[in-house]
Design a protein around this ligand. Structure first.
Ligand code: XLS
Ligand code: MG
Length: 344
């Protein structure tokens, strides 16, 4: 329940509501103000992009970056918060227009590696041992633009560089099949884990599974999570929801398909997710229509839905489920689950 699970989100989840077709619609909230909201909303963990912690870090040297990150750690301590992970934000720099680790330009690849090392420095300063790699631009707009075999070699080389740079750091790859690219090189959990086994220390490479990304790949998010759990590789999750195959919507958890959310919570709860220190991470965007005052409801609502689903999962008659499975009466099992979700 609430005390058993620790929740996290990233500061980018409280946002101004701009989209590719229109301007921002809400005022900016400073990082410091956002931090003050975490506990009030029921959250203990902060997910970071490297430059959420150290804005304009490309203009700073390695020592200055660490000093700034240490100040952020003090801010976290002041609010009683923990840093969950740091993700190098490689996709906004002009040097990574064609990708970071898989760019055709060697200077771009070198920039991506250097920036990833700085992200690790920030993680150390923030006292977390987890790096998330969302491989945003590691893919193509046209298939002929890059060599997919070489791309995988380059991803391994980049991850090896991070693993070698810090022997304590673990890396959670966050697969996503498309957007911003037409085709991404690491679209699913299977690809991410297989990539991990090509690196020099597979023990330290796992995944961050995002609900919406699995759905965009045409897969069931709870099955993706089960796959990672079987490998003991589910380092974190990005729970949200997604209404079919379109742009990455990052909707509130359970808001599109409550049964799909129930199945994710059932699996996580069954296999003691969180007991090894994992956070229940959210990656949810508030609707653009939301007014300034209510623009954090998507976060508290997603957390509430998760906790209500934990209750529902634990009150499911598992003996009955077993019995129906043994009798191969899946129609009745279907009805049992639906009745349970309907509360009758
Ligand atoms: C985008 C991703 C991104 C990562 C963190 O689709 O979800 O927000 O989770 O870099
Ligand atoms: Mg995400």
């Amino acid at each position: 329940m609430a005390g058993e699970y620790r929740f996290s989100f990233g500061p980018w989840n409280i946002h101004e509501g701009g989209d590719p077709f229109g301007p921002t619609v809400r005022d900016s909230i400073s990082f410091g103000e956002k931090l003050k909201l975490y506990k009030k909303l029921g959250f203990d963990g902060v997910q970071f992009h490297d430059d959420d912690a150290v804005p304009e870090m490309n203009k700073l040297g390695p020592k200055e970056i660490v000093d700034k990150a240490k100040e952020v750690r003090k801010m976290l301590e002041g609010e009683g918060l923990t840093a969950e992970f740091v993700a190098p934000r490689l996709w906004e720099d002009p040097r990574t227009i064609d990708g970071g680790y898989t760019a055709n330009d060697p200077a771009a690849r070198q920039y991506a590696k250097d920036r990833s090392r700085r992200a690790i420095d920030i993680a150390v300063a923030l006292d977390t041992k987890l790096i998330v790699l969302w491989l945003a631009r590691e893919g193509t707009y046209i298939r002929e633009a890059k060599d997919s075999k070489v791309a995988v070699d380059r991803l391994v080389e980049a991850i090896d560089d991070m693993l070698g740079y810090n022997p304590d750091m673990k890396i959670a790859i966050e697969p996503k099949p498309n957007e911003p690219m037409d085709q991404a090189y690491i679209p699913t959990t299977g690809h991410a884990l297989a990539l991990g086994y090509l690196t020099k220390d597979p023990k330290r490479v796992g995944v961050n599974i995002e609900t919406a990304h699995a759905i965009l790949a045409g897969l069931d998010p709870s099955d993706e999570m089960g796959f990672a759990l079987a490998y003991e590789k589910l380092y974190t999750v990005h729970l949200n929801d997604q209404n079919g195959l379109k742009f990455d919507e990052d909707k509130s958890f359970g808001s599109v398909n409550l049964r799909r959310a129930f199945d994710q919570v059932r699996l996580l709860d069954k296999y003691d997710y969180g007991k090894r220190g994992e956070f229940v991470g959210l990656d949810v965007k508030v609707m653009r229509t939301q007014k300034q005052d209510g623009a954090t409801k998507h976060l508290s609502n997603s957390r509430t839905v998760f906790l209500k689903l934990v209750e529902l999962v634990r009150s499911l008659d598992e003996g009955k489920v077993e019995q129906l499975i043994a009798g191969r009466d899946y129609e009745e099992l279907d009805m049992l689950i639906m009745s349970h979700l309907l509360g009758k």
